[in-house]
Every structure is written in structure tokens, then in C-alpha cells.
Design a protein around this ligand. Sequence first.
Ligand SMILES: [Zn+2]
Length: 405
Amino acid sequence: MITRPPGYDLILKGGTLLDPAQGINDRRDIAFKDGLVAQVAKRIDPASGGATVDVSGKLITPGLIDLHGHFYHGGNAISVHPDQMCLPSGTTTGVDAGSAGFENFLAMRDYVFPAHRTRLLAFLHIGGVGLALNRLLGGGLHDMRIIDVDQTADAIKDNAGFCFGVKVRMHVNAVAYWNAHQAMKSARAAADQSGSKLMVHVSGTPIPLPEVLEYLGPGDISTHAFNGNPESILDGRGKLRPEVRAAVDRGVIMDVAHGGVCCDLEVVKASMEQGLLPDTISTDIHNPPPAGSPVDQTAYLADRIVYPMNDLVSQFHSLGIPLVDAVAAATSRPAQVLGLQDTLGSLAVGMSGDAAVFDQQEGRFIWHDMAGHSVDGHVRLDTFLTVRAGTIAWREGHLTQIGEC
Ligand SMILES: [Zn+2]
């Protein structure tokens, strides 16, 4: 009788596994089979695998999860090509933060997202067309006829596994002082009716931040939480507002969503000094408006700094967060927020076969924000390999299969 080896599809050999959910930061080989993690061990025989990649000296993490990006490529002006932007940064799951609403999410679900290897999930905007009108009308909630709570809730309920919640933008361009509470109540109602999460853009809110936070409960997400606008998480003396501490204490998620003007490094530093660290690190990755577009120049300039996930993990590590915690904020923590911690955000046996392999570059690196602040670091995670569903999706500058859409 012939005994056959396990026949793994892929083995990563010789790397250091940093997996916060498992409490592992040690040398491990990892084998993948049928899209899942099949074995994690000090040594796995290369003869048992179809392909073995030597990742000696490199860092392996679970595939990164970007909790706030814009991935409805072709569906609106701001959305990026998911595979081209996610896989080179070690990101294997991207969550679209409200690029579509109940009126126009079907093409995202059925045509755009399936054309990519990155796992793509969504929050639906409380405005029925998402961000389709963002660049033309500056947001879209000034006319409240665009909101339909019942249809939004039904779309989310009917798409479990794809839709995870409701997005609403509390920004002066998107909503006015006079109807901000109405928009928040509608978004809250849609989240409650669908039994899903509420994600609120809190940067540039026309109403006081404490009034916005009142709508958020355990597991809801305050995104752009560390922005430097007047209604930030700090009061006029640079102290964390008590309402922010209360929100954190009841389980509201403080999400980075770094893109553009929406993260101020001085706010991050002041918050960390007072004991508040980000729960989740995310990009808000999006296309800037083209030069010469009718969008005002402030917005154009502000949109120019958008870092990918590997840079943001490196940046927050440089701000003083231990690497294991920065990786957790980009893997296990967002998986928990989505309720997907049993399948994503860790490389335990049986979990989804999504992994990132990084070279830890040493040198002097500087990351900036749009407020003119910066942070220096001496370690940068440089993506070497991205594994999605147990196969190599990106390697050393090349997508192994480019999504077409
Ligand atoms: Zn966004």
C-alpha cells in the first residue's frame, strides 16, 4: 500500500510567526491546504507540500484586515482597485466603508468584489447611493430623501456575510448642523433593525463629538477617531474628553482610518500618553481627486497622504505601540469587530489561509500626517509575500493573478 504525504498546497518555512490571537511570537512553519491553515509546527517536512517558500528571517502575520477602505472600484471616483492596493501591503481582507448604499450595492457584491482575490466586505452607507455623489455634491445627506432606513436595513439583513453594518458620515460636507441628529438617528435605526454595527465618520462633525458618541454602543465604530479637527477626542486643554473615555469603557471601537486629514499624529500621541490606544488600524484608502478637478484645493491636498496597511502598522509601532499590539490592531482585533474571529485574524489550524510575510527593514523612516506632523521609526514592515486562501496572491512586486474589473 502506498502512503501519500499530507499533500499540503503551500508551506511557509523558517519564518517567525507573530500571531497575537494565539500568543505566538516564535519560529514556526505553516502549511496550507484547501484554503485553510492545515498545520503550524516548529518544523514541517517540505516533502509534504506542493510548494515550499523559504521565509527564513522574515516575519509572518495573519493576513491584515483593513476595517475602513473604499473598494467599489469603478462604482465611484474615490474607490481603489482592491487587489492592487491591498495585496502588496499584506492585506487580505478589506472592508468597504460605505462606498455603496442600498440602491447601488448589488454591482459591488456581484461584479466588482468577486473579480478580486482580496476578501472584500462592506458597510452600507445610510445614504442610498453611498459615495457616488461625494465629489459632485460634497457628501450627500443634505437632502434626507436619500435615506431609507427600512431598505438599508433589509439590504444588510439579506446579505449576512457580506454586509456588516451601516456607515454614516458626520462631516460638515456631508451633513448639516440642522439634520446631523436626524442622520445619526436614521443610521442607528438601520443598524438596530438589521442587527449590525454602526460605523460613524467623526472627523469634521458639525455637532459636538459627545453628541455623536451618544449614539454608539458596544462594538460600534468611531472611525477617524484620532482626527485633529476642533471636535476631536481631546478637549481644548489637550485632555481626553470624559465622554470619549465613557464610550471606550462601554466598548465603542476607536478606529484609525488614517487617510487624508483624518488622523493627526499629535492627537494620537496625546491620547496614548493618557492611556487611549487605537483599537483598530485602518487606511481609509481612496483615490484623491484628479488635479484641476472642481473639488476644492484644500481637499485635494488633504487627500494626498494615504498609507497602506503595512506602513500604518509600522507607523503605530513607531509611535510606541509594541509590534504585537500593532499587528493585533490590524488582524485579530478587526476580526473581532466583524464577529469573524473564528475564521479570520489568526493563523491557528482551521482558520482561513490568509497570511502576510514581511521583511523587517531597518533604517530611518518618517511617516507624515496632513497636519504637518510626523513620526520617526527605525523599523518598517516591507511586504515579501501575501497568501490568500492558502495560495500566493502577491510576491515581491507582482500580483500572481490580477483582478480585472
Ligand atoms: Zn472613508
